[in-house]
Design a protein around this ligand. Structure first.
Ligand code: AMP
Length: 113
């Protein structure tokens, strides 16, 4: 069995973190090392290591994560100014936590690429 991810430990209250959103499938926290004024992580309760492992059966879950991100963007008042949604995958993508999560970044002008 693989080790618990840091996000699972947060969900299980083994590591302290403020959960800013939760439903039966998804939760959200503020990133501990923010890369923008607003930097939230939208995380499925189901452990999926990387986007490479997403299956057809996860389509609704992934869609729901985007809908949660949209609602959080509104709640944090960055929906009109704008924001970025990012999925990092594996080494070149800069993934450090192998439990998929959607980064929601905004609250300032983000670097263009
Ligand atoms: P990634 O590099 O795409 O895998 O993103 C993992 C993110 O999780 C990084 O932006 C980290 O800053 C963030 N992170 C790691 N540990 C914690 C924690 N305990 N609470 C909140 N965010 C965390």
């Amino acid at each position: 069995m693989q080790e618990k991810s840091i996000f699972q430990m947060i969900l299980d209250k083994e590591i302290e973190s403020e959960i800013i959103y939760e439903d039966d499938q998804i939760f959200s926290i503020k990133d501990i090392n923010p890369a923008a004024k607003v930097h939230l992580l939208i995380i499925p309760k189901k452990r999926i290591n990387t986007i490479n492992e997403v299956k057809n059966e996860d389509k609704d879950l992934i869609g729901s994560m985007v809908l949660v991100a949209k609602e959080l963007a509104k709640k944090y008042e960055i929906d009109q100014s704008g924001y970025r949604l990012v999925w990092n995958t594996n080494s070149d993508g800069g993934q450090t936590v192998f439990h998929i999560h959607l980064h929601l970044l905004g609250g300032e002008k983000l670097r263009e690429f």
